[in-house]
Design a protein. Structure first.
Length: 450
């Protein structure tokens, strides 16, 4: 199975930062992130992963705002630093296709792939937070479908830019005085709906050819996008049955794109709450849940519901019906919340606390053996190709997983005992992409000089 470490500031639980074992004021401390990445590498994880946004979530109350999630450093700069402190673990960072341009984005990820020896990955997002639009001279986010059309063109352009150099284009021939082979460098001359990019990139083709492409959208547009472009898809499921159905759906979508099943690794997110005994693990989970302030939980629920105002709602009654305006468009997260609200009929208070405690992943609570048993069951049942591990409290939660769960998975023959290759693609079992200019040379202009 494949394992990624989701380094969500001080932990995968929304109140993880409040726990006594959480790192103190470490979120701008390089040593903290170096230690976490090195722990993941010691556990032979495929990669570490950093989420990101280019805005700050709003709230309706000062109490909720004061308890907002921790700030985020720029992931590409952080991963560049981590590339020096690690040798094998992959380095996946988030960048939005809505608020960036293809050329500089492709250049940054190619640079990271070179500096890390082929360990770069790009988590592709289309952005969902209104403040991100407000920070980029927009009154509101573009429509969901428009964001995904832009994302598709963005990735097409990026892949062509990564392919604009052949693998042998750098000659560095001191005798002849030729540093590059002009025949190995191609313009892309892209003119589309959103972008006009001449190319070529000014960075040679990187060790992986293309950085590993990662995506997490679960809407119909998101799943279609992943089937077309992604090497890895993050997902979240409450049961093994929904995970099995999702993976089968993705395999069907891959087939429609002419891609093999193993071309896309399906990785559900898991928050493992681990202790020496089940009783201690349950107590730890209860302790973490009790640290969630109610205003923050309600604010989080409002965000999940697309900004629906719950300030006048009776917290001890079920969720009120959402106006039609909040039900329009694709929003898989909103739909999951509404499904829970309809089936379980919890109070707004309980629903808010439940959603906040679950955050973005399913919680597994128990001993290392319990966690290993659950992951093995999902993996062997075909529900997952591996897992994104969002330890509830960092760094201790990741250390417990590496020291307690990984050896048990190795004993079962379900996890590596050493890295298989040098690049992230090697370790994920993904092929190096062929260069499109070599396959379709007549489609592209080769300029006489740059």
């Amino acid at each position: 199975m494949k394992l990624l470490a989701f380094l969500m500031q001080t932990g995968g639980h929304i109140a993880g930062w409040r726990h006594p074992q959480a790192a103190e004021n470490a979120l701008c401390d390089l040593d903290y992130f170096v230690s976490a990445a090195q722990t993941a590498e010691r556990g032979l994880f495929d990669a570490v992963f950093f989420a990101d946004s280019v805005g700050y979530p709003g709230s309706r109350s000062a109490d909720a705002f004061a308890g907002q999630e921790a700030p985020k450093l720029d992931p590409l700069m952080l991963l560049s630093a981590l590339s020096v402190a690690t040798r094998n673990v992959g380095l996946i960072g988030t960048a939005s296709t809505t608020f960036n341009e293809p050329y500089p984005t492709a250049r940054r990820y190619a640079t990271l792939d070179h500096l890390s020896g082929g360990r770069a990955g790009w988590n592709i997002v289309t952005s969902t937070m209104p403040n991100e639009a407000h920070n980029h001279s927009l009154a509101q986010l573009p429509a969901h479908a428009d964001r995904y059309r832009r994302a598709a063109e963005f990735v097409d352009v990026s892949r062509n830019l990564w392919d604009s150099w052949s693998d042998g284009a750098v000659l560095s021939d001191k005798t002849s005085g030729k540093y590059v082979d002009p025949a190995g460098i191609s313009a892309i001359d892209h003119a589309g709906e959103f972008f006009s990019v001449a190319g070529p990139l000014n960075v040679p083709r990187s060790p992986q050819g293309h950085p590993v492409l990662v995506q997490a959208g679960a809407s119909p547009d998101g799943k279609a996008f992943a089937a077309r472009y992604a090497d890895v898809i993050f997902t979240s499921h409450p049961t093994i049955e929904t995970a099995l159905a999702f993976r089968q759906e993705m395999h069907d979508l891959l087939a429609a794109q002419g891609r093999a099943k193993d071309a896309l690794k399906v990785l559900p997110a898991i928050t493992p709450v681990i202790a020496d005994t089940r009783e201690e693990a349950q107590a730890l989970k209860a302790e973490l849940d009790a640290l969630i302030p109610l205003p923050i939980a309600v604010n989080k629920l409002e965000q999940l519901l697309g900004g629906f105002d719950l300030s006048s709602a009776d917290l001890d009654r079920p969720l009120p019906a959402l106006p039609q305006a909040y039900l329009e468009g694709q929003n898989s997260t909103r739909d999951r919340v509404l499904e829970v609200a309809e089936k379980q009929r919890p109070s707004v208070r309980d629903l808010a606390m439940q959603m906040a405690a679950g955050r973005t992943s399913q919680s597994l609570v128990g001993t290392p053996q319990d966690i290993a048993d659950s992951l093995a069951h999902w993996y062997e049942s075909g529900a997952a190709d591996g897992f994104v591990i969002a330890a509830p409290v960092l760094p201790v939660g990741l250390e417990r997983f590496v020291d307690g769960v990984v050896p048990l998975l190795q004993q079962r023959g379900l996890f590596r005992r050493s890295y298989e290759g040098k690049t992230l693609r090697d370790n994920l079992g993904l092929p190096r992409p062929e260069r499109i200019f070599d396959m379709l040379p007549d489609l592209y202009r080769k300029p006489e000089f740059w």
